[in-house]
Design a protein. Sequence first.
Lengths: 260, 551
Amino acid sequence: MVHTCRIVCGVILLVGTAGIGLAQSPSQDHQYSTADIETGSRLYAGQCSLCHGPNGDSVNGVDLRRGQFRRSVSDEDLAKVIVGGLPDAGMPGFRLQPSEVNTLVAFIRAGFDVSGIAVKVGNPGRGQTLFSGKAGCATCHRVNGNGPRVAPDLSDIGAIRSPAALQRLLLDPTSAMLPINRPVRIVTPDGRTIRGRRLNEDSYTVQIIDEQERLMSFVKADLREYELGKTSPMPSVAKTLSGEELADVIAFLLTLKGLP
Amino acid sequence: MKMKPGARLILLTLVLAASYHLKAQVPYDRILRADAEPQNWLTYNGTYNSQRYSPLNQVTPANVATLESKWVLQDQVVGAWQSNPLIVDGIMYVTERPNDVMAVDAKTGRVFWLYRYTPAQDARVCCGANNRGVAMLGDTLYMGTLDAHLIAIDAKNGRPLWNIAVADVKLAYSITLAPLVVKDKVIVGVGGGEFGIRGFIAAYDAKTGKEAWRFKTIPEPGEPGHDTWKEDHWKAGGGSVWVTGSYDPALNLTYWGIGNPGPDWNPDQRPGDNLYTDSVVALDADTGQRKWHFQFTPNDGYDYDSVQIPVLVDMNWRGVPSKVLLWANRNGYFYVLDRVTGKFLLGTPFVKVNWASGLDERGRPIQTPQAPGMPTWPGNQGGTNWYPPAYSPRTGLFYFSAWENYATIYKKEQSTYQPGRNFPGGGFTVLAPVPGAPTVGIGRRGPINNWTDEVGNGSVMAMDPQTGQVKWKVKQFDVTDGGMLTTASDLLFTGGREGYFHAIDARDGKLLWKANLGGQIVMAPITFQVDGRQYVSVISGHTLVTFGLRE
């Protein structure tokens, strides 16, 4: 039995921590600047916090800090609401310069954290087309009952991941892969090689879904080999998608909130 | 002899009344010599030396694989079940959340009585509505409550006899530990280290509940150690006591581990060593007078409560017969102390440590605080924690659960003390392999381990106290809060968050037997004997399982 993870994972842990800054660098053009976020925070305090509250959660059904909106999905949607208001909900429109609106969106997308990262969120409709087309996501991922189960099901990814985390996953899958999802390679006592994705593990056993989408459980001590992959099988979209397309895919993923 | 039914009844009543008056079930003498009756488990740690070593030897490495479940008792409430049962002459006394006590037939698992105490609504605890068990003296059980009361309960019928307030619940004092009975006194300590309490250990007359003595874990002006505090910081200085102490009858000293200072994570807000937080204190059992203390982590910024159980061992130390105290601390170091004087004899790290570069010749850590945002090893839950260790005089090894490769990033903040409110002084995040990945905390959160061993793993460690080196260890995939039990047949019983209950060869760490009980094991197993048969009990999740050999 090979315990690759004991050594390899330690390295990943270090790289993963130190690599936070590193993973951001190729994506600068998909993000708002720190100056934008800071300006937005000041604007927010003056213009918005009276109704939305200092934490962005004073209006029923809306939590700006956590990215919960009634209707808006994309940055464009948010900008429209800020400028035009929502008369039926009692929200007035604000006469701000487009650059000022931009900074407010940045502050909201940064989760109200002035030292945070604010990722641009594009058009979800275009994002959906990219998802099943050029971006290649649907080749491995399943959404709402459609698609393969080899990679993690994304039906509720928008509810459990922030825009920043999604961007990181798309650009640098290995650095953002959750440890539980590591690919496994197993050689059974009778010599069969099985590849799949880890679902659960304890001291003695491991549970996986294999490439044929079979749920399988093994006693680790019985295996000839048990190897955890250090890199994600998912390719990066850094070279295949433009900054705008990336923002669109993120926008689509954010609409995936799972079944109620 | 023929007797009228009426006369027979009168005679029986007289006999019962006489026995009631003449013979209390568990006089102090029985607790003092608890090692002579290994069929019972009379105190939290089995015996006053807290070794959790049982002379029972019916279950052996050769037959341990034939252990089978004899009975199961289901918890009636939700939440981690950290209670440690007592066994007294075939009766098990076990508590469940928040402050229920049950008397259970140790052979069948059937319940004789249930006492339910409802703590005050304003009771506050940081880490779950835990109760770790009762103490017994005479015919009476003693339980500390979440609202910081001490209750005496009739062991035969579960009725309360007296109930006193140990501390003010509105200031977030609580009691989660099992009391310790010494002679005619019941000793307890108070929790609330995350709420700016000022901790103490207090002894009460077992008959009346009248306070006999009180040792304040944070010294006030005029008391020795007060100069380790500046200004008024001592007033909310913490120093909780939430794990049961030990007792050395020959020295008449009782030993207790003290919790973290307040506020928890901001040492800058309370400059000084902050005695007696993160220390062990040796107190005169009759007066509560402090004989000595040893501080493991001065000016702690990491929540390294020293609430581990003081394990008292008589052994040859560098060729001289010595009375020592063995201590694997939450701060990641293993210590050997002279328990007569408190002198530091040995200290070595058993997990990765970077908050200190080492210990000086007196055992004081050379602290190396990490830069803001950088991880500290061991993490907030420590290299080990409150779960009971064990020592086997046969193997000479000290057994405990450790958390390896586990780190935390601390954040200091100024906190203002408000009575009864959280007093954190900042906070922390557990170092994760990927930002936003699930991590470990207090207790297991579900059946799927989606945090994995990449945030830390558990280990059963066998420490050689003579060298301070780990002789062997058994790694677990998840972290563990499993306590230890070892026996005269060189078995070591323990479990972990994964729900496996293990029997390990205490000599070499070989796994001999395991059972998947499904729920987290967050306490130590106990062993006892009824009608000549040895049993081993352990709590997993919401289930107390009692094992015996296949007949």
